[in-house]
Design a protein around this ligand. Structure first.
Ligand SMILES: NC(=O)c1ccc[n+]([C@@H]2O[C@H](COP(=O)([O-])OP(=O)(O)OC[C@H]3O[C@@H](n4cnc5c(N)ncnc54)[C@H](OP(=O)(O)O)[C@@H]3O)[C@@H](O)[C@H]2O)c1
Length: 292
């Protein structure tokens, strides 16, 4: 019998890739994905019952209220899920490895290339909830926090990743303003899933940053996607974050990933380079993941 690993948020963008890539990267585990349809994670007694029944040997916690805008509009809900449910699941997993996906949004974005040792100073509700959960989780020496940033990929309903947001917007005939002065270090969801599985197999708990090697502006990211999504042509407008009026947004969330890179069997790619290496338009772009 293989040990059971629970993956929460299994119908979400990253959870989906974690579950479907398990046969390739985690053959030693029996993967039990949990979506919201299986369990509302804010229902603590239902979660306890499932943990008792499945008796997991590890947990990968991908479920969250993950959109900055949603957290800003519904701060209590964001706290109940991102902090309350996360802390509860970590308590249920006290004696086993628990990997929590956090976010670069714990930083204010004034500097960039953040290391794990840098002080987090979140400027929005999402970042604050993530940091609060991190602080609880890192008290357990078996547990792991992985901070990620912008993630590319496709989701069940086509409404989760920034790539899907761009496509949906242009399909409706809208133009999209991409800030040339807001920086991220994106990675494809498949690469994130691979790194998560490698960490899960290695038992090196602690805090890690996981992002692409290249620091790119939103505008540069949009330009890099054009060869793959020619329908975006003419719909992308270059803008500045100075004109932004919604929830506070950190300007530069590039992450220094040296610490996790030392544990991985493959080199973390830059997003532009990763896209340039893809040559088969017939294959789903985001399904591709090289062996080395
Ligand atoms: N994607 C990124 O660019 C990015 C960047 C930084 C950090 N992260 C973090 O990485 C993790 C995974 O992100 P993601 O992009 O995969 O997010 P996602 O696509 O929004 O997936 C999150 C999943 O959690 C589920 N969920 C929310 N509340 C729940 C509840 N009460 N009970 C059960 N399930 C619930 C959602 O269900 P519904 O679909 O029903 O809402 C969704 O399927 C999150 O912790 C996120 O904060 C993501």
């Amino acid at each position: 019998m293989k040990p059971v690993v629970i993956v929460t948020g299994a119908a979400g963008l990253i959870g989906q890739y974690v579950v479907k890539s398990a046969s390739r990267w985690a053959p030693g585990w029996q993967v039990q994905g949990l979506s919201r349809a299986d369990l509302d994670l804010t229902d603590h007694s239902a979660a306890e019952e499932i943990w008792r029944r499945l008796n997991p040997s590890a947990v990968i916690h991908c479920a969250a209220i993950s959109r900055t805008k949603d957290c800003e509009q519904h701060p209590q809900l964001a706290r109940r899920m991102n902090v309350g449910a996360t802390v509860h699941l970590a308590r249920l997993s006290t004696n086993i490895p628990f990997l929590f996906l956090s976010s670069g949004e714990v930083f204010d974005g004034k500097v960039g290339w953040y290391r794990e040792t840098d002080d987090p100073t979140p400027i929005n509700v999402y970042g604050k909830t993530k940091l609060e959960a991190e602080q609880f989780i890192l008290q357990n020496s078996r547990h792991t926090v992985v901070r990620i940033v912008l993630t590319a990929g496709t989701s069940q309903h086509g409404d989760r990743s920034f790539v899907e947001d761009m496509r949906r917007s242009t399909e409706r005939g809208n133009n999209l303003t991409l800030y040339a002065d807001e920086y991220r270090c994106p990675l494809p969801a498949g690469t994130i899933a691979r790194a998560i599985w490698e960490l899960t197999d290695q038992h090196h708990p602690g805090l890690y940053h996981l992002g692409g090697r290249e620091r790119l502006s939103r505008w540069e990211i949009g330009q890099a996607l054009l060869p793959w999504y020619p329908e975006l042509q003419g719909h992308l407008l270059e803008g500045s974050a100075h004109s932004h009026t919604g929830a506070p947004r950190p300007a530069d969330l590039s992450l220094n990933c040296d610490k996790i890179q030392r544990l991985l069997s493959f080199s973390l790619p830059g997003f532009q380079s990763w896209l340039k290496d893809r040559v088969h338009p017939a294959v789903d772009l985001w399904e591709y993941e090289p062996d080395t």
